[in-house]
Design a protein around this ligand. Structure first.
Ligand code: NAD
Length: 326
């Protein structure tokens, strides 16, 4: 499938490599930055465009949008107009504008659109969700997510990219917590109300928030989510407490586990080793399966738009110091 990767910075290069690893995509790239464009094109031996319109004129079947978030909707809309299926990096956007029109255009043309909330492609999280949905542990009553990592270690350029400004998708809420909020909504349903606290604590050279706490309601389910981008451990844990048991996803251990006996032992479900590229290759396969009509997309425009409303509600709730309905 002719697949165009747009923006080959940090995540775009990974998508180029991982769509390539599926063995199902013939690749090209589009990148504004000349030296980056030439280096990445040479590294993977693929055709490269500087201009997006020229890249679309070559009629790609799939366009993967990996530019900063404030550009996603306009670029996805152009790809859809050109007749391509679109796979869009998270967050879907920085504001709601143009999303309903994009969704309508996708449906009208019979195309497939998905959003790259990659946790949905994690086999352990998917298996835990299946167990939750089966009713094996009873109805969820509470969700608790705690996560953090040393962002400068993983993204040394954070001061010089979209991250430095909320308007381009920066800050812990839009950049990182959005993954966890989307996963939380996938597990226990949409956020119906939230309150939030956030601050800039330790990340040098930026003023956007690096530490966040959110209290949520998902209908009857109560939730709390915390995240920072400066702690030494790289850990993400999502615990769902149900009527008849507790389940826990630990991304840093590549596993999910459960406990039903009060004061008992965790039962670990066997995990598979998950290098980051393995995970992103699974996500690429899932999107190509959706394009081929073999499976639904892992995260729809509608679901990602709901998480965008959550991102914006968190920022507003922290600013206004009150509960907000996204
Ligand atoms: N799923 C994940 O785990 C994950 C990880 C990192 C980033 N992201 C998301 O991916 C997106 C990009 O993040 P990044 O870290 O790769 O950023 P980045 O700054 O490293 O890369 C973005 C690239 O887009 C290019 N670009 C900008 N406008 C362009 C245009 N009009 N035409 C062609 N190229 C253009 C830039 O030159 C840059 O190289 C963001 O939305 C971010 O939130 C997701």
């Amino acid at each position: 499938m002719n697949t165009l990767i747009v923006g080959v910075g940090s995540i775009g290069e990974r998508h180029l490599r991982c769509f390539g690893a599926t063995g199902r995509a013939t690749l090209s790239l589009c990148e504004l930055n000349t030296s980056l464009r030439e280096q990445v094109a040479a590294r993977y031996g693929v055709a490269a465009f500087a201009d997006y319109e020229r890249a679309l004129a070559a009629k790609p079947k799939v366009v993967v949008i990996c530019t900063p978030a404030n550009l996603h909707i306009a670029m996805a809309a152009r790809a859809v107009e050109a007749g391509a299926h679109v796979f869009i990096e998270k967050p879907l956007s920085t504001k709601p504008d143009g999303i309903a029109e994009l969704d309508a255009a996708v449906k009208q043309r019979g195309l497939v659109a998905g959003v790259a909330y990659v946790y949905r492609a994690h086999p352990a999280l998917a298996a835990m969700r299946e167990a939750l949905c089966s009713g094996r542990f009873g109805a969820p009553v509470q969700i608790v997510a705690t996560c953090g990592q040393h962002f400068p270690l993983y993204r040394p350029a954070y001061r010089d990219i979209y991250y430095k400004d909320r308007a381009t998708g920066g800050g812990a809420v839009q950049d990182a917590l959005t993954h966890v909020m989307n996963a939380g909504e996938w597990l226990v349903g949409p956020v119906t109300a939230l309150a939030a606290d956030l601050d800039h604590k330790l990340l040098e050279g930026v003023t956007v928030e690096d530490t966040v706490h959110v209290v949520t309601r998902h209908g009857a389910v109560m939730g709390s989510f915390s995240l920072n981008q400066h702690q030494a451990p790289n850990e993400l844990t999502i615990t769902v407490i149900c009527e008849r048991g507790t389940v826990r996803f630990e991304v840093h251990q590549n596993r999910w586990r459960w406990m039903t006996q009060p004061g008992g032992e965790w039962a670990d479900e066997p995990g598979v080793p998950m290098e980051r590229d393995t995970w992103f290759t699974a996500q690429a396969h899932a999107f190509l399966d959706a394009v081929e009509g073999k499976a639904p997309v892992l995260c729809t425009i509608d679901e990602a738009a709901a998480t965008l409303r959550v991102n914006l509600a968190i920022l507003a709730a922290a600013e206004q110091r009150r509960w907000i309905t996204p």
